[in-house]
Design a protein around this ligand. Structure first.
Ligand SMILES: [Mg+2]
Length: 326
């Protein structure tokens, strides 16, 4: 018998999806941040994401409202990853019968806050019992405006690879919470991530951008998904990965190399893209002007091999994998 620990999160997904039949109207099925579905004249983007107490959140570190916000923001981020606009959200919450009713109402209010912050509507869901822990599942429906969307599959050999903002801040915030360190900006990054919807919409309209993903599991791991779907190699230059000013002064306190947090820390919900190298300097410049936050080239797409490398070497640790070794 093989266990989930043996095959890992991505092995399980491969196994479950291998037997699925393609259906008319499914433009992009499993394997990307969202499914892309033909719906009349529109292209619908559809995704769902679960957050489970003890795995995704701890109630002693996060308020119920933060927990709801983060669950919804993480799911909405998959629409940003395709360059779409969020339209409707449904939320299911499972909780033990002895839960404080105010806490559950606050979780739902946090979900509603995140949904409304991006101009979408919370239109339904489900409340159900659970034995021990709280679970939240968020389904998001969005639209590929004018039929435009980006997948993980479009990276071309020779492309530059770039990332928005400063990956690693959320992981640093988690460490700060675990170690009782006062670091408001980092903790905010961990508890209240903001989906990069406007950034995704802007990038999808640049013909020089070929592939996109949001960073949920860590920069190297998520770039690995672009590499795999694009059947290419991505080499990341560690010297190019930007370290956020919010990390200044925390390198010794967090007791963790900041570079490792930026390369493999999860839940930043920044966007990573592959883009035409000739257009990269202009796109990065315009992006920074428009959003007041950097778009930084951190690597290149290569041919002749598939996967992700760090400074030309196989990386030791890429990021988060449910069921994988701790
Ligand atoms: Mg994603």
């Amino acid at each position: 018998m093989s266990t989930l620990r043996d095959i890992g999160e991505f092995g399980l997904i491969d196994h479950v999806t291998r037997t699925l039949r393609r259906t008319p109207g499914v433009v992009e099925g499993t394997g990307d941040d969202c499914a892309v579905l033909r719906f009349g004249n529109a292209l619908l983007l559809a995704t769902c994401d679960a957050s489970i107490e003890g795995i995704h959140f701890r109630r002693d570190w996060a308020s119920p409202r933060d927990i709801g916000w983060k669950a919804a923001a993480g799911a909405i981020s998959d629409i940003a990853a395709m360059g779409g606009e969020v339209r409707y959200v449904l939320a299911s919450v499972a909780c033990p019968a002895d839960s404080d009713s105010t806490d559950i109402e606050e979780i739902c209010a946090g979900i509603a806050d995140a949904v409304e912050s991006c101009g979408a509507a919370l239109v339904g869901g489900d409340m159900t019992g659970s034995q021990a822990v709280i679970g939240i599942d968020i389904s998001v429906l969005g639209e590929a405006v004018d039929g435009r969307y980006l997948t993980r599959a479009g990276a071309l050999p020779g492309d530059a690879v770039a990332v928005t903002g400063f990956p690693g801040l959320a992981a640093a915030g988690l460490l700060a919470l675990q170690r009782g360190i006062d670091a408001a900006l980092l903790i905010q990054a961990h508890l209240r991530p903001v989906p990069r919807l406007a950034e995704g919409r802007w990038l999808v309209n640049h013909p020089g951008v070929h592939a996109m993903i949001d960073l949920s599991d860590g920069l190297l791991q998520d770039l690995g998904h672009i590499a795999e779907r694009s059947k290419a190699g991505i080499n990341v230059d560690s010297d190019l990965v930007p370290l956020g000013p919010a990390l200044n002064g925390f390198d010794s306190i967090l007791c963790e190399p900041l570079e490792c947090l930026a390369l493999s820390g999860g839940e930043d919900y920044e966007l990573a893209i592959a883009l035409d190298p000739a257009l990269a300097p202009a796109i990065c410049h315009e992006f920074a002007e428009k959003f007041g936050s950097p778009l930084t080239v951190v690597g290149t797409v290569e041919s002749g091999w598939c996967g992700v490398r760090l400074d030309g070497q196989e990386p030791g640790h890429r990021g988060f994998n449910h069921f994988g070794p701790a």
